[in-house]
Design a protein around this ligand. Structure first.
Ligand code: AMP
Ligand code: FE
Ligand code: FE
Ligand code: ZN
Length: 295
C-alpha cells in the first residue's frame, strides 16, 4: 500500500547542517525515527542539497519523506520565510534564485563578522569552521563561533545581543519578495506554505501583503509553530478559512541549535494529503507499509 502512515506524527519543517541545523540530514531523520515520527520533511534554508541523504535515511528507517526548502524572502526589509514542498530541482530559475540568496547570505555574514571583529575576537575563518562546505550560511554559524570563543553561552544569547537585528552589527542580505518566491515555487511544481507567520519581523505582512501572497498562489500557512502566539493563531485560522488555505504545524527543528523538539507541533494527515495532491515537481517518498488482512 502506498502513501504516508496517517496514524504516525507528521513534522514538515526541520533543518540539517546543510543550512543552520546542527545534525547531518541522515541524523535528523534518525532523530525523527527515535522521536516516533512517521513522516518528516527536510526544509533547509535556500537549498535542497540535503534531500538525497535524508531520503536514503528515511527509506532505511521506514519513514515517509517530503522534500522541501525554506525560502528566505523579504518585504520592506523584514524577513519572511516561505516553505516550498515537492519542488522540481531541475527548475533553473528557482535554483538560480536560491543560489543568489545563498551567495548574498555569505557576503552579508562576512560583513557582519568584520564589524563584530572590531569589538570581539572572532574572524571569518572561525565562522566558516562552524559550517559544512556549501552550507547556507546564517547568523547561527556566527553564533557558534562566538560560543566557541566563550563570548556568549549559546546561540540564544548571541541572538539576544550581538546578532540581534538591533544589536548594532546586523546587516540584511538580498532576498526576493515572497510574491516572487511563491510564483517560483508554483512554477517548479511545488506547494508554498508561509512559515511561522507570527514570528517577530512579521511587520512586513501588514497592509494587504497577505492578500497579495494568496493572490500570487500561496497554498498554506504554518499555524502550529512555537513562534505563533494564540492571538496570531486565531487570526491565521480566520485567514485560512477565508482563503481555503492548507494548515500545517511543525517543529522547525534545528538539532542542538534551538530548543524546538521534533514533533512538538505536527500536521494533520488530511492537510499533508492536500500538499501531496497539489505538488508535482518532485514525488514524495513513501515508506513501505503493509496492511494486515481483514480477520
Ligand atoms: P539569518 O537567516 O542569518 O538572518 O538568521 C536567522 C536564523 O537564525 C533563523 O533561521 C533561525 O533558525 C535562527 N535563529 C533565530 N533566532 C534564534 C535563536 N534565538 N536561537 C537560535 N537560532 C535562532
Ligand atoms: Fe534557521
Ligand atoms: Fe524560518
Ligand atoms: Zn525554519
Amino acid at each position: 500500500m502506498t502513501g504516508f502512515d496517517p496514524r504516525s506524527p507528521i513534522d514538515l519543517h526541520t533543518h540539517s547542517n546543510v543550512s543552520d541545523g546542527t545534525q547531518s540530514p541522515a541524523a535528523v531523520v534518525r532523530s525523527a525515527a527515535e522521536a516516533g515520527l512517521g513522516t518528516i520533511a527536510l526544509t533547509d534554508h535556500d537549498t535542497w542539497e540535503g534531500w538525497d541523504a535524508a531520503g536514503a535515511a528515511a527509506k532505511s528507517r521506514g519513514l515517509s519523506f517530503i522534500p522541501g526548502v525554506e525560502f528566505s524572502t523579504q518585504v520592506d526589509g523584514a524577513s519572511v520565510h516561505v516553505l516550498g514542498y515537492l519542488v522540481d530541482r531541475q527548475h533553473e530559475e528557482l535554483g538560480t534564485t536560491m543560489r543568489n540568496v545563498r551567495e548574498s547570505r555569505l557576503t552579508r555574514a562576512e560583513r557582519m563578522v568584520e564589524a563584530i571583529g572590531m569589538d570581539f575576537p572572532i574572524s571569518w575563518s572561525e565562522v566558516l569552521a562552524e559550517s559544512e562546505d556549501g552550507a547556507t550560511i546564517g547568523r547561527p554559524h556566527i553564533a557558534d563561533a562566538l560560543v566557541r570563543r566563550g563570548i556568549v553561552a549559546d546561540r540564544n544569547e548571541a541572538f539576544a545581543g550581538i546578532l540581534h537585528w538591533q544589536g548594532g552589527y546586523y546587516q540584511p542580505h538580498h532576498a526576493p519578495h515572497p510574491v516572487a518566491a511563491i510564483r517560483l515555487i508554483k512554477e517548479a511544481g511545488g506547494v508554498s506554505v508561509l512559515a511561522h507567520p507570527g514570528s517577530r519581523g512579521r511587520g512586513g505582512l501588514r497592509d494587504g501583503v497577505f492578500e497579495r501572497l494568496v493572490e500570487a498562489g500561496l497554498d498554506g500557512v504554518e499555524i502550529y509553530h512555537r513562534e505563533n502566539d494564540e492571538f496570531n493563531r486565531v487570526l491565521l485560522h480566520d485567514l485560512a478559512r477565508e482563503w481555503d488555505l492548507i494548515v500545517t504545524g511543525s517543529s522547525d527543528y534545528h538539532g542542538l541549535g534551538k530548543p524546538n523538539r521534533l514533533g512538538e507541533n505536527t500536521t494533520e494527515p488530511e492537510q499533508l494529503q492536500r500538499i501531496i495532491d497539489r505538488g508535482s515537481g518532485t514525488a514524495p517518498q513513501f515508506a513501505e507499509r503493509s496492511i494486515s488482512p481483514p480477520q
